[in-house]
Design a protein around this ligand. Structure first.
Ligand code: FUL
Length: 682
């Protein structure tokens, strides 16, 4: 036995604010503004103040539901890109004060601050740097001053006596101004100084020069990377080298990631997405890939036009709480005896990681970077979740580890092998019965300090069917298991046991909306009888495309990305040619004149920063391949770069035509390329 003192800290370590933030695990994003009422994702700043008009505004309802679902805080879009202020800011007339809502006496930020306090939730505020309404935006100093004034006003009015109630200030980096738009040079130093002065407990998220405490995880899909180092070198580099997702080992700054994702396809509430609240299984995946990877989860639950959290969203986060509570109720490793291959002294013994205290940890001797610990359970248990924590107050140390279990025959079998542990690592594994586990530290930057080792069991969950629609309109549903039967509807209603049962593939050539649910067969075991909803998948689709023909495109990259891919049902895409500049276009002959109410564009999945997301588009129709020259829609796909979900565009009025041309006029990220997976008509 050696020296009974703690190891020296290693590399960058968290501040008090960062640690407090990290402990929160999960909080709720609240996207709410004029967009809620106009149906947009990015307002353009021309919306009249009266557009904002919730009919049953109730911040207490938000906070009650969010608190009851286990969230620790709320983050409100006090101002989104459209510039409309949810508080009566004295620096602009574009706010609730100038709307009809509550005769101009309403104050959403004020109501939320009060309700959050009442329900024990911490408060976070989002103040968009990009402001499409404010005249001074793009002017440099004048806007910087305006922005600082708003920041100070918000933090000092709603942050408690000394601003202590604010746990996060949230700044996104979005700007859709394009090459000819306004350019604002921000004074991040001065803005950050206001935050440090007025919100001493807050962490700064995202784009505030280098005055950040936490980084973006690099996508809006809901997952941090593996590995997921909390440290980072330069933010600039991280955008290109995967550092937002993975961090940098032994990086210069302690900048752990936050995972921000919406519970629905859009960030703002849209009625037509009521049936697209993520399934429980999807939400759990998000949770394990964010909180379970040591990040915090900022889950967006957008209030609706009433000013209330919609019933579907409320039900789903209630279900999430139920499964998490049940899973993490019993830890068979609590209090277990541990035999470690290297220990420093009595205060750092192996069983310090099973003693339940957040202040004690197992630490190996200096210089030991490979070691193991055997955890003896008091009895045999069924487990399928492993949870680990490093004592990150002393830095991040572990780069790779594995966990083995002792099988009935007494042999050690591998359960899981992974990379970083960091603040937290919670992994789902196969289900095994065991009476002992072994933690192998395979690679560490310096002797490891492990604060917690725990195991749990998550009961199996009923999941949703998968849907595939072929180009001729044939729909195939696949149930998630034998004990499941599927029911579906085509009229938009929620399928029940009385809806048509799925018995095999069927064909629908017209456009439509399919909803399908999984129901447990009679007699099958249901681990969660309290869950009231049936897991659902759904698909909005256009008319069958097997008789269509791609006439031409301005260019195509190669055989793997040819224009004909636009008509296939899989993930393959059309991509415009290398170094061919915008605009790009593709023209299609549908073979017969048909009534067109709109189109659905499916973008490629976001690989960290997709190469060619389209921002501005135009849609033209014609009766023959030679006369496709009548524009019927023009607009922008807001936020397609970060949140590439299917874009449904309804024409102002339906048209009859045989051919159409889609024109990509401007890219969302300055790249020369355009890429599209599918274009459908409805
Ligand atoms: C992005 C914004 O553009 C989206 O509208 C949303 O607010 C998201 C959280 O951040 O950058």
């Amino acid at each position: 036995m050696t020296d009974n003192t703690a190891p020296a800290p290693f590399g960058a370590i968290p501040t008090r604010q960062q640690l407090a933030w990290q402990e929160m695990g999960m909080y709720a994003f609240l996207h709410f503004t004029v967009n809620t009422f106009t149906g947009r994702e990015w307002g353009d700043g021309t919306e009249p103040e009266d557009a904002f008009n919730p009919t049953e505004m109730d911040c207490e309802q938000w906070c009650r539901i969010i608190r009851d679902a286990g969230f620790k805080g709320v983050v409100l879009t006090a101002k989104h890109h459209d510039g409309f202020c949810l508080w009566p800011s004295k620096y602009t007339t574009h706010s609730v004060k100038y709307s009809k809502w509550r005769d101009g006496k309403g104050d959403v930020v004020g109501d939320l601050a009060k309700a959050a306090k009442k329900y024990g939730l911490k408060l976070g505020l989002y103040l968009s740097p990009w402001d499409r309404h404010e005249k001074t935006y793009g002017s440099g100093d004048a806007y910087n001053e305006f922005y600082r004034n708003q920041l100070r006003e918000l933090l000092t009015t709603y942050g408690g006596k000394n601003g202590e109630d604010i746990f996060i200030t949230w700044f996104d980096g979005a700007c859709g101004e394009g090459p000819n738009g306004k350019v604002q040079h921000y004074d991040y130093d001065k803005a950050a100084a206001v935050i440090r002065e007025c919100a001493p407990n807050a962490v700064i998220f995202g784009h505030m020069g280098d005055h950040r405490d936490i980084r973006w995880c690099g996508n809006e899909k809901g997952y941090a990377g593996s590995p997921n180092w909390a440290t980072l070198n330069e933010y600039r580099d991280a955008q290109g080298d995967g550092g937002l997702q993975h961090g940098h080992a032994n990086g210069k700054h302690w900048w752990p990631s936050e995972v921000d994702v919406s519970i629905r396809p859009g960030w703002f509430y849209h009625k037509e997405q009521d049936s697209q609240v993520h399934s429980l299984a999807h939400l759990l995946d998000i949770w394990y890939h964010s909180v379970g990877r040591g990040s915090c989860l900022n889950l967006n639950i957008p209030p609706d036009r009433r000013g209330r959290i919609h019933e579907n969203d409320a039900e789903r986060i209630h279900e999430l709480k139920l499964v998490l509570d049940r899973t993490f109720a019993e830890n068979p490793a609590a209090g277990a005896t541990v035999k470690a291959s290297s220990e420093r002294g009595p205060d750092f013994r192996g069983d310090r990681m099973t003693d339940g205290s957040p202040d004690t940890f197992w630490a190996a001797e200096d210089g030991v970077t490979k070691c193991e610990a055997v955890i003896e359970l008091a009895a045999t248990h069924r487990i399928n979740v492993v949870s680990l924590k490093e004592y990150t107050q002393l830095g991040e140390r572990v780069a790779a580890f594995s966990v083995e279990y002792r099988s009935a025959s007494g042999n050690w079998e591998k359960l899981v092998e992974e990379t970083t542990i960091s603040f937290r690592k919670i992994l789902r594994t196969e289900t095994v019965e065991t009476d002992a586990l072994k933690l192998n530290i395979l690679q560490a930057l310096v002797c490891p300090c492990i604060q917690e080792f725990a195991v749990y069991y998550q009961a199996p969950l009923l999941t949703a069917p998968s849907i595939f629609r072929a180009s001729d309109g044939t729909i195939t549903l696949t149930p998630p298991g034998d004990e499941v039967r599927l029911h579906y509807t085509l009229d938009g209603s929620l399928p029940t046991a009385d809806s048509p049962a799925y018995t095999g593939p069927f064909k629908i050539r017209e456009a439509g909306f399919l909803r399908a649910v999984s129901l447990l067969r009679e007699g099958a075991e249901n681990a969660y009888p309290e869950i009231r909803t049936n897991p659902e998948s759904n698909l909005r689709f256009g008319t069958a495309v097997d008789e269509w023909r791609v006439l031409a495109a301005d260019s195509e990259l190669d055989e793997g990305h040819k224009k004909e891919h636009l008509l296939t049902a899989g993930p393959e895409m059309w991509m415009s040619g290398k170094d061919v500049p915008y605009p790009h276009w593709i023209a299609i002959d549908t073979g017969r004149k048909q009534r067109i109410r709109g189109f659905i564009l499916t973008p490629p999945e976001a690989k960290e920063r997709a190469p060619g997301p389209v921002y501005r588009y135009r849609f033209l129709v014609g009766d023959s391949p030679e006369t496709i020259d009548t524009p019927v829609a023009e607009g922008t796909f807001d936020n397609l770069l970060n949140n590439p979900v299917a874009q449904i565009v309804e024409l102002d009025s339906p048209v009859s035509a045989r051919c159409f041309r889609f024109e990509a006029l401007e890219s969302a990220n300055g790249s020369s390329c355009a890429n599209i997976v599918r274009l459908e008509l409805f």
